[in-house]
Design a protein around this ligand. Structure first.
Ligand code: ACO
Ligand code: ZN
Length: 226
């Protein structure tokens, strides 16, 4: 098993026959031909999609020691909207969305977190909304529940039936798997709250997360209460 020449694969620790690629994060079995093929494809696509070359005009809305956040609007130059689209597709792929388009693409705002290695490692897409349904606390998964049952339950029963006013809807939030738990999602949402409406600062209750995944719920619950 030899990696194709064009890839620099720094294979991480081996456990139970599975290898985690240290550059794309994919976990695969290096002994399987099929897995190796899948990995090669995923690896190249991921690195191409998150590569950030720098733009003539960048709307930098926040700067940090480890990166910056760039806002992309639908009317921006093609090079910017194309990159935003590329990253959205990557996130959608991971979220399991199949070509779901945005409800109103002409109004969507995309926030990209670019790190100091010139990679887009986080993406937040917001939409303007009027009302939302509050996400309710979930019961714990019980012993006799299969994982599939639990997930189904998780997605289907997470919201209350009474609408509340919200202004900024988080339609997608995604952070590169190897960069999670470093506050990137938190900084993206904080920045969106500050820049979503000119001259005003949205409170945490004016933000709503649409159809959150289990990861998304853990994050949103933590974010909204602190
Ligand atoms: N498990 C438990 N708690 C979590 C998790 C998790 N997987 N992720 C975030 N949190 C909580 C923690 O309390 C965390 O603080 P801590 O690290 O100090 O404990 C706090 O939220 C803040 O987390 P961040 O570091 O800001 O979040 P991160 O940058 O890791 O991104 C995200 C979170 C976006 C959910 C990421 O895990 C991800 O991209 N997951 C895959 C895609 C996904 O499911 N996105 C949400 C879809 S829902 C939607 O788009 C509306
Ligand atoms: Zn890889």
């Amino acid at each position: 098993k030899q990696a194709p020449d064009q890839l620099i694969i720094d294979a991480g620790q081996k456990q139970f026959g599975a290898t985690a690629c240290a550059s794309c994060g994919m976990i695969y079995s290096a002994d399987s031909l099929e897995d190796n093929f899948q990995h090669t494809q995923f690896h190249q696509r991921l690195l191409d999609s998150i590569k950030f070359v720098g733009w003539k005009k960048e709307r930098v809305v926040a700067e940090f020691w480890d990166g910056k956040i760039i806002l992309v609007l639908p009317e921006d130059p093609k090079y910017a909207t194309k990159k935003a689209e590329e990253v959205r597709k990557l996130a959608d792929n991971e979220l399991g969305f199949q070509q779901v388009s945005l409800s109103c693409p002409s109004k969507a705002k995309t926030y990209l977190f670019v790190n100091s290695d010139k990679m887009v490692v986080g993406c937040l897409i917001t939409e303007h909304i009027r009302q939302a349904f509050r996400v309710l606390e979930q019961p714990e998964r019980t012993k006799d529940m299969t994982k599939a049952d639990f997930m189904e339950h998780h997605r289907a029963w997470c919201c209350s039936t009474s609408p509340e006013t919200a202004i900024c809807g988080v339609s997608r939030i995604w952070v590169f798997s190897l960069m999670r738990r470093q506050g990137i999602a938190t900084r993206l949402v904080d920045t969106a709250r500050n820049t979503f409406m000119y001259g005003s600062h949205l409170t945490k209750t004016e933000i709503a997360f649409s159809d959150p995944t289990p990861d998304g719920k853990l994050f949103a619950t933590k974010y909204c209460e602190t």
